[in-house]
Design a protein around this ligand. Sequence first.
Ligand code: NAP
Ligand code: ZN
Ligand code: ZN
Length: 348
Amino acid sequence: MIQSQGYAAQSKTSPLAPYSFEHRDPRPSDIVVEIAYCGICHSDIHQVRDEWGGSMYPMVPGHEIVGRVTAVGTAVQKFAVGDLAGVGVMVDSCRVCVNCKADEEAYCEKGFVGTYNAKHYDGVMAQGGYANAIVVDERYVHTISKKLEPKLAAVAPLLCAGITTYSPLKHWGVGPGKKVGIVGLGGLGHMGLKFAHSFGAHVVLFTTSSGKEADARRLGADEVVLSKDPDAMAKQADSFDFVLDCVSAPHDLNTYLGLLRLDGTLCQVGLPETPLPVGAFSLVKNRRSLSGSMIGGMAETQSMLDYCAEHDIVADIEMVDMDKVNEAYPRVVKGDVKYRFVLDLATL
Ligand code: NAP
Ligand code: ZN
Ligand code: ZN
């Protein structure tokens, strides 16, 4: 077994604290990644605090992982010792269902194995990226272009915030001539702005925070709307092809459905802990669609990373030492981060 050190939550109320655990010895197709950086996703906070229910402890969170390969199994083909590597939200899936075969492992019929707060198919707990190392089958590890190496810490958030916004924007054909709304300027939202702008759409940010306008424009917004301002909202009604909702807390979906033009789609990626009631009238007007999207498949995540290398896209980050992780969480919840915290595992 591989002895590992990290930070874990022991219960939904305990702070994260140093924790020693074991990873399996690498199997033939496994690689061992020494973790350099790990992003703090709001999903980490939801799960550590058991806001979605069913959390398993001890929990080493973290699914925005970048690092370097330190060992490879005998059958590994994609990686050599010393290569950069990225691990996102899943570390395994059934590989044989119709969705896995279609490169849509996020929708594996058996359920993919999450990077943490999950059990491997053999029953062993999976532990995530707030740790010095992880052992993963190479099929579930991404290569990272050398072009991105100087910005490696800012690459980490691409593994969740990046793919979770890239995938729906691609799926719903966001590009030139499309008017696109991004709701909530946090970790996901700021990547949504960057991608939607890069794809050539007209991009509007909807925010509850009056202080984010200048940043939003720098990140790719053509317009910024304070969602608390009813007049500003009314001016945008019935005009959007696509709206991506990245909000982490309960909010009124009907407000954002009202933005959609004929056949427009609102896609929910934010995962508040309570249901979001929808009025039927909000949907039938303009033949609107309400949808959702979960991360993205392995091949699409690799395409996203390659696109980012080609177009010089990374996250805007604030680095955090491991012993400050418990101070970072409440700041994320308050929206006091620009726009993703990344843990520096060298400080472990
Ligand atoms: P984050 O950095 O905390 O950003 C959330 C943003 O939502 C905030 O910056 C804020 O933006 C807005 N917001 C917060 N509280 C609000 C409230 N009470 N009312 C209205 N707006 C509010 O979170 P994140 O890491 O981007 O994650 C966002 C959500 O996506 C989380 O629920 C996370 O679990 C989920 N998620 C889903 C997937 C998936 O596969 N679908 C993947 C990753 C994460 P403004 O200040 O601009 O209003
Ligand atoms: Zn995440
Ligand atoms: Zn499957």
